[in-house]
Ligand binder design. Structure first.
Ligand code: SF4
Ligand code: SF4
Length: 65
């Protein structure tokens, strides 16, 4: 399940350069994750690296509804 960035994002840009799939980019209001590119860092890190680094914990799994 890909991850997403919530409105709590403070646009610090810490996560962007660390994404192995270049799935993170600035959106209209805050940074956003391209769900089609996010692989939860499989093959690169043991856990989602953006989630590990985010200072405000605003990166969460996309909920399937
Ligand atoms: S979980 Fe990994 S692949 Fe997905 S957006 Fe975060 S850093 Fe990129
Ligand atoms: S690390 Fe967190 S707060 Fe910083 S830009 Fe990424 S999602 Fe936003």
């Amino acid at each position: 399940m890909p991850l997403m960035i919530t409105a709590e994002c403070i646009n610090c840009d810490v996560c962007t350069p660390e994404c192995p799939n270049e799935a993170i980019a600035m959106g209209a209001v805050h940074f956003e994750i391209d769900a089609g590119l996010c692989t939860e860092c499989k093959g690169f890190f043991d856990s989602p690296e953006c989630q590990n680094l985010c200072p405000v914990d605003c990166i969460v799994p996309v909920q399937c509804v």
